[in-house]
Design a protein around this ligand. Structure first.
Ligand SMILES: [Fe+2]
Ligand SMILES: [Fe+2]
Length: 634
């Protein structure tokens, strides 16, 4: 039986630990002195290990005390705990879903809409934030079902006494409608469901019950406005709608436009203006070119720049406005199917500014909210960009740099693999025959610069899949459960999926999926991928070794290991040469005193420079020259 005292202790300590870690992170992003910064990083790493152990004990104690069959008293305690966690912003997937799923049957029996809506909302929210970035359909189906359960209680609206819980219902309508239209739910059936949902949501809002209780509720009004946006974005799929559906969709958008016109939709650059513009485009009142001209004028001249030192909400809303205007412009361009100079002519007129606005968002600014927005921006804008290096640069800016430790790790791996690559090209050029169409040793020598650039970029992008792993797993302060471990192990496949959908990244797809497979192909993950057959096997092998060298010598960013020095690591490479690691590379490394010295320096003192520079860059104090980072080697 869990007692209140234990539940309270759990919440207090867990919260304290979280705050302690966040404080360290905040300091990391404000300290300017390099020496203090490195000092702090080491301290943080030590404290993380301590917290890790303490939280582990707490969790074990809590589960030990929990009855096999949860009593109503226990359920209420756990409910308070879960909702408290949720409101405090501890979106710890494992903890919250475990609590909520255990207490759900108890409240179902009691038929309490108030508790039920809150639990369904928390469950849906946690499942969606965990599985949506992973593109995991099964997980998302669970999330959507919880949201459906939550809104199915709309008819008990007046029985819900807490306004925040009533807000959840509207938020869940929004969640359903927007997730149903995202990348993984493009089938017609889901579009129809979202049209119905939109209509139901409006009906609920306009009902007497909702108006009496909530007509001045600002939170609900924000969800309604965001839902308008999400619904409008479904214009993308207008082709797959049947004539009936299209009619229903257009009439709902027409109502929306009427509301937008009534609220100043004529004024250029406002959120309502974009809605009216889109509506007129759907109705074919104006041409794509005219809409683009208007959008570009707003982006470049009319929408003010966000001020991150001022009011946070104000800054976010301006940033979102820029983002939406730019996304709409990109969407129209994609539908126009232009290519070459015609496409460049349009993109040159607004993409540079939009990119600048998006890349200048300070790292610490609402990072949880911004992460998915950056990913969305990357996915919508990437197809209209031209040039491989441009696309890789864009990826580094939008996705990788937002996760400082993945970013630093990637830079380290790129540097380490370039050092190893140079040595291999000198000592064992034959290994590279077959890579990227290279036919002979002679060819290898001719393409040395290209190959080194290929190795360098491979290092930079090898862990791109990690950027789609929910943040909560990356910064966990308790030991990971099986689901979470399995999730981390998915990053090679997620990277592969990402790469295959992108011309610029496609050449690196094998490196992304293969870098955790062992050289002999017998162990490591993912099981289904055969690295031994890859034409870029030698590159995978270099990255795999560089990855182990970087992770094994890291003293700063990992909570679960203690960094070793390079000579110790070299012994490990030798011990597993032929099974885990490519024996030829290990041999070449072992026989090069210069390489050993270089790597000893880079993984020792040199790491601090890489970290520090990356941090300064993330903070916006220093601009990384990507042309330099992605340069062709000589
Ligand atoms: Fe990895
Ligand atoms: Fe890695």
């Amino acid at each position: 039986m869990i007692e209140r005292k234990l539940a309270e202790k759990f919440r207090r300590l867990y919260t304290e630990n979280s705050i302690r870690l966040n404080d360290y992170d905040d300091q990391l992003f404000t300290l300017q002195d390099p020496f203090d910064w490195v000092q702090l990083l080491s301290e943080r790493s030590y404290v993380m290990r301590e917290i890790f152990a303490e939280n582990e004990e707490l969790m074990a104690e809590l589960w030990e005390n929990c009855s096999e069959e949860i009593t109503p008293e226990e359920a209420e305690l756990l409910y308070d705990l879960a909702i408290g966690f949720f409101y405090d912003g501890h979106h710890d997937f494992a903890v919250l879903t475990n609590f909520c799923e255990r207490i759900l049957p108890v409240f179902k029996e009691m038929e309490e809409p108030e508790f039920l809506v809150a639990i369904y909302h928390v469950l849906g929210y946690e499942y969606a934030s965990f599985y949506s970035p992973l593109g995991d359909k099964k997980g998302m189906d669970i999330a959507l079902d919880y949201f459906r359960e939550s809104i199915s209680l709309s008819d008990k609206y007046t029985k819900i006494s807490t306004p925040e819980v009533r807000e959840f219902i509207f938020e869940d309508y929004f969640n359903l409608i927007s997730y149903l239209g995202n990348l993984y739910y493009k089938s017609d059936e889901k579009i129809i469901e979202s049209i119905d949902l939109f209509e139901k949501m409006r009906t609920l809002w306009e009902s007497e019950e909702a108006q009496n209780l909530d007509k001045d509720n600002q939170v609900i009004m924000r969800w309604l406005a965001r839902t308008d946006d999400a619904f409008l974005a479904k214009t993308m799929h207008i082709e797959v709608m049947t004539p009936d559906e299209r009619e229903k969709y257009s009439s709902l958008v027409k109502d929306m436009a009427a509301r937008a016109y009534a609220e100043g939709g004529d004024e250029e650059g406002t959120p309502n203006y974009r809605i009216c513009l889109t509506y007129r485009r759907i109705m074919r009142e104006i041409s794509n070119e005219e809409v683009l001209e208007s959008l570009i004028k707003c982006i470049n001249e009319l929408i003010p720049l966000p001020d991150y030192n001022g009011d946070e909400h104000e800054a976010l809303s301006l940033l979102m406005r820029h983002f939406k205007y730019a996304c709409t412009a990109v969407m129209i361009l994609r539908r126009m199917n232009l290519s070459g100079d015609k496409l460049d002519e349009w993109t040159d007129r607004f993409l540079p500014r939009s990119m600048e606005i998006m890349t200048n968002v300070p790292y610490h600014f609402l990072s949880g909210t911004m992460q998915p927005i950056f990913a969305e921006w990357y996915h919508s804008a990437e197809p209209v960009l031209r040039g491989e290096l441009n696309k890789v640069r864009f990826l580094m800016y939008m996705i990788v740099r937002r996760q400082p430790f993945t970013y630093i790790h990637s830079q380290m791996v790129a540097k380490i693999s370039t050092i190893i690559g140079k040595e291999m090209l000198d000592k064992s050029p034959g290994e590279f025959v077959g890579v990227r169409g290279i036919e002979s040793e002679e060819d290898v020598k001719k393409n040395r610069a290209y190959l080194l650039s290929f190795i360098n970029i491979s290092g930079l992008v090898h862990d791109v899949g990690k950027c789609y792993i929910p943040d909560v797993v990356n910064r966990q302060n308790r030991s990971l459960n099986n689901t979470e471990f399995a999730t981390i192990r998915k990053h090679p496949e997620i990277g592969y999926r990402e790469a295959m959908g992108n011309v610029a990244l496609k050449p690196y797809a094998d490196v992304m999926i293969g870098h955790h497979k062992h050289y002999d192909g017998l162990h490591g993950y993912p099981l289904g991928y055969d690295n031994t057959k890859s034409p870029v096997r030698i590159i995978i092998d270099i990255i795999s070794i560089a990855d182990s060298v970087e992770a094994g010598t890291d003293t700063l960013s990992r909570s679960y290991t203690r960094g070793k020095d390079f000579s110790k690591l070299m012994k490990e490479l030798e011990a597993e040469a032929g099974t885990r690691y490519n024996p030829r590379i290990v041999e070449v490394m072992k026989n090069s005193p210069e390489l050993i010295e270089e790597l000893t320096n880079l993984t020792g003192q040199g790491r601090y420079d890489v970290c520090y520079n990356a941090m300064q860059e993330i903070l916006g104090n220093r601009k990384e020259d990507y042309n330099d980072m992605l340069k062709e080697y000589n």
